[in-house]
Design a protein around this ligand. Structure first.
Ligand code: IMP
Length: 210
């Protein structure tokens, strides 16, 4: 029997690490962009996480033969009218980096009291195959923006994202603990459950063949 392959359509190493861990033991071979579609890149132009994830997923799924999973994610801060949102990765233009993005957030929130620093991370995953969307999954997690960065794990805005139930920023959590509560962990578990179900249905169909 041929092994099913799932293309993880992201080049962000932090996301790849987390999603791979969430899909461990799933029975699919997870492949990366560099492995199956080297040299291709997709420019995000959408106004929502869903638009971006969908466009990205379809773009890559039209160019290869297996399942494709793309995701778009980011941070929405209430006091900044949901910025940085879809431009989370590029917030501190013209030369964005995780550190500069974090500094920009802290600058914009200077003087905003603890009670008004609510934020959420959102992740939308889109699964598709040969140019057709199969299913969309969404995860989110609520927190607050800390007064200063704390912790060295994770990536992006993790050092600023304070998660009250664990009394830690995401950068102070282990990868497993972050995954249990994070936007990406939640979306990945929904995706995983769907893929498991799909895999079972496929096995039943195969057994039914004459
Ligand atoms: P994109 O989905 O590639 O456009 O980038 C998403 C950006 O949102 C990342 O580069 C981070 O800045 C931020 N982001 C998304 N998920 C996380 C997370 O789990 N932790 C910290 N930052 C995140």
């Amino acid at each position: 029997m041929t092994e099913r392959r799932l293309l993880l359509a992201t080049t962000n190493p932090g996301k790849v690490r987390e999603i791979r861990a969430s899909f461990k033991g799933l029975g699919l071979r997870i492949v990366g962009l560099a492995e199956v579609l080297p040299g291709l890149s997709f420019r995000e132009r959408g106004r929502t996480f869903l638009e971006n994830a969908r466009a990205k997923s379809l773009y890559y799924s039209r160019r290869w033969d297996g399942l494709t999973l793309a995701e778009d994610s980011g941070l929405e801060i209430e006091a900044l009218d949901r910025a940085p949102g879809v431009i989370s990765a590029r917030f501190a233009r013209p030369r964005p980096s995780d550190e500069r993005n974090n500094r920009k957030v802290l600058r914009l929130l200077a003087g905003v009291p603890a009670g008004r620093r609510r934020a959420r991370f959102v992740c939308v995953m889109v699964l598709s195959e040969r140019g057709r969307v199969i299913r969309t999954f969404r995860g989110e997690v609520r927190g607050t923006i800390a007064a200063e960065p704390r912790g060295t794990n994770g990536f992006g805005y993790d050092p600023l994202f304070f998660y009250a139930p664990l009394r830690r920023t995401f950068a102070e959590l282990s990868e497993a603990d972050k995954s249990r509560v994070s936007h990406r962990g939640r979306a990945a578990r929904k995706t995983r459950a769907f893929l498991e179900e799909k895999g079972r249905a496929r096995a039943v169909r195969r057994r039914a063949l004459p």
